[in-house]
Design a protein around this ligand. Structure first.
Ligand code: G6P
Length: 621
């Protein structure tokens, strides 16, 4: 998740690039950069920090970044990037654009080049010097390599040749000093659009960057390459066949455009879950194996730990609760989960054999950071699961496994939770393999199931209107109960928190079998009970629990798999998820719960993205 903007035309490019980047800051904001041609000479300026830092550097160099001020030399072509780090911490060097070794080619890139280690090795052998730690820099050198060796200085062919070798996802824009009239853009699994202007054309990752100049937009599709000049846009497949496609007219206002046409960031982020999960797992599963670069746990180290600990807050804590269940099941090692603010002060039983896994979207939550420091002080090995590259928790932990959720703007965490679960599954399956607690067939079965998750989430999102309708009938509820057994209970905890956070409706999560020991006293006619039924082993027991609450007048919404007919029949209404191995069911069952919380809040007129009393990142105790 980064922002891309490119421009070729009559006007001064720099103000267009800077303004476009500011409009895309929601896609990433840890560093930014621009490159442009000035008298056919390439200029590259990039800076760690917010876009203002880049803008100030440009001003210090004598460039104007506002409209209406003449540039000393006219700049008619350029491109810019605002970054959300994935490979390599935020720094000037790791910021985009990346220039090739012999300064012919410059690229900006969104996505992940999965085979960058191999490509890097190949290019280093050819004598190329790398200046950054990013996967993206590989693209610049690789295109230049083909441009100079086997493509006869034909930029299009060089881009084509490089794309044939790149595995992974990309939205890529390429500028070449010897072709001062064009930009080439390519796309696979990352958004890319072309804006058609008058005497100018634009390239961007998202519409907000160009909406001020044109509403005439073309969506580039996967495996396509666009050749963009001042007065023409040509579209080809990656194999070079010409593609004809109509543009469409954008009628969103600028604010809606930032949210990708959704009313709230939360909804946009729920719809990004398939791509976020895919980005988190796909580069780490290769040829039926999980590949976690530099993973610090071998068989002895895992077995030496008498138990594993999860430490986190809020939604991340709930991911840890699911993690406990998964690791205990597949590794047969005891796991403890603690809320970070409790862990720190409970005199935890931690020593140098302990393994402590810390989960945090922001990587800056003070309670979590302090708990991690306490674990380190006691000698534990600390592994973090973090979304923000280079954040405090990522830096200070012994090993970090990054989630690839991209920036999460809405306070209520949605896609980040799913990517945290993704990392936990990867780690759990890999640990189980390392210590021999699952055999190869079971291991491969889990991986096959995990790989299908993004597609299955997309299928559920197609029928989100079912949840919307249900919420429109129940948003006046005063109190809601979420019940489940096993993994479904931990999922219920997250579902309940989501509802509380954004709709302000009181709710509680309870293990299905525990309700009768007290809380069932609160169930009366019309009480809404949301019930997760994804665990085959526990299904009959849950169905009994549903009968208990229905006998007291409860209305039951079930979240269950479409092949579990008994479960569907036991509820008043059911939202069905695609069939999946029960161990992975939390990856699917949470999305309908997030949608439920969302629509309840929208119906009540709540400020969904900025709920009262809450902050995205809590850096106080
Ligand atoms: C805050 C947010 C929660 C979040 C928690 C942990 O309380 O409001 O949504 O789950 O912090 O945040 P982290 O960034 O550490 O995952």
């Amino acid at each position: 998740m980064c922002g891309i903007v490119g421009y070729v035309g009559d006007r001064d490019a720099l103000p267009i690039l800077i303004k476009g980047l500011k409009k895309l800051e929601y896609r990433g904001y840890d560093s930014s950069g621009v490159t442009f041609l000035e008298d056919d000479r390439i200029r590259l300026i990039k800076k760690k920090g917010r876009i203002e830092v880049l803008e100030n550097s440009l001003k210090e160099l004598g460039y104007n970044t506002d409209f209406g001020h003449e540039q000393e030399k006219k700049i008619c072509l350029g491109m810019g990037h605002t970054r959300w780090a994935t490979h390599g911490a935020p720094s000037d060097e790791n910021a985009h654009p990346h220039l090739s070794d012999r300064r012919h080619v410059c690229v900006i890139h969104n996505g992940i080049i999965e085979n960058y280690t191999e490509l890097r090795g190949f290019l280093i052998e050819k004598g190329v010097r790398f200046l950054s730690e990013t996967d993206s820099e590989v693209a610049a050198h690789l295109i230049e390599y083909h441009y100079l060796t086997n493509c006869n200085a034909d930029l299009f062919s060089a881009v084509q040749a490089a794309l044939m070798e790149i595995e992974g996802s990309y939205a890529l824009v390429v500028l070449c000093t010897e072709h001062p009239d064009l930009l080439i853009a390519a796309k696979k699994d990352n958004p890319l659009i072309i804006g058609y202007g008058e005497g100018a054309n634009y390239i961007a990752s998202d519409i907000p960057a160009v909406i001020e100049y044109t509403r005439n937009v073309l969506i580039v599709e996967d495996n396509e390459i666009a050749v963009v000049r001042r007065d023409s846009v040509e579209l080809f497949t990656v194999h070079g066949q010409k593609v004809e496609r109509d543009t469409f007219r954008v009628d969103w206002d600028a604010e809606a455009a930032e949210k990708g046409g959704f009313e709230h960031f939360m909804m946009k982020e729920i719809f990004e879950e398939p791509s976020a999960v895919k980005a988190t797992i796909s580069s780490r599963i290769r040829s039926n194996r999980i590949v976690l670069d530099g993973f610090p746990l071998n068989r002895d180290r895992i077995l030496k730990a008498s138990r594993i600990h999860f430490v986190a807050c809020g939604t991340a804590y709930h991911a840890g609760c699911v993690g406990k269940n998964i690791i205990e099941k597949v590794c047969r090692i005891p796991v403890e989960v603690d809320v970070a603010s409790e862990f720190r002060y409970k005199d935890p039983i931690i020593d140098e054999n302990s393994i402590v896994i810390i989960i945090s979207q922001s990587g800056e939550t003070l309670d979590t950071l302090a708990a991690m420091r306490e674990a380190k002080r006691r000698g534990a090995l600390t592994i973090s699961i973090v979304n923000v590259v280079g954040s405090s928790i990522a830096r200070e932990s012994d090993y970090v496994l990054y989630t690839a959720a991209g920036p999460e703007i809405s306070v209520a965490s949605t896609k980040a939770y799913l990517t945290q679960l993704s990392c936990i599954y990867l780690m759990a399956f890999e640990m189980a393999r390392i210590i021999g607690r699952i055999d190869q067939a079971e291991y491969e079965h889990y991986l096959d199931e995990l790989i299908l998750v993004p597609e299955k989430i997309s299928l559920m999102l197609e029928k989100q209107s079912e949840i919307q309708r249900f919420a429109s009938e129940h948003f006046n509820a005063k109190s809601i109960f979420f019940i489940g057994r096993g993994l479904d209970y931990f999922l219920s905890m997250e579902a309940s928190l989501k509802l509380k956070e954004i709709s302000y409706i009181h709710s509680e999560a309870y293990p299905g079998g525990e309700l009768k020991h007290g809380t069932i006293a609160l169930i009366e006619k019309g009480t809404l009970v949301v019930c997760s039924l994804t665990q085959d082993r526990l299904l009959e027991k849950m169905i009994s629990n549903i009968s208990e609450v229905k006998a007291r007048g409860a209305v039951v919404l079930g979240i269950t798999s479409q092949d579990k007919e008994n479960a569907i029949r036991s509820c008043d209404e059911a939202f069905t998820i695609p069939p999946i191995d029960p161990i992975l069911a939390p990856m699917l069952a949470v999305t309908p719960c997030q949608l439920f919380a969302y629509y309840m809040a929208v119906n009540k007129g709540c400020d969904v993205d900025k709920p009262r009393n809450l902050a995205k990142s809590v850096t106080v105790e």
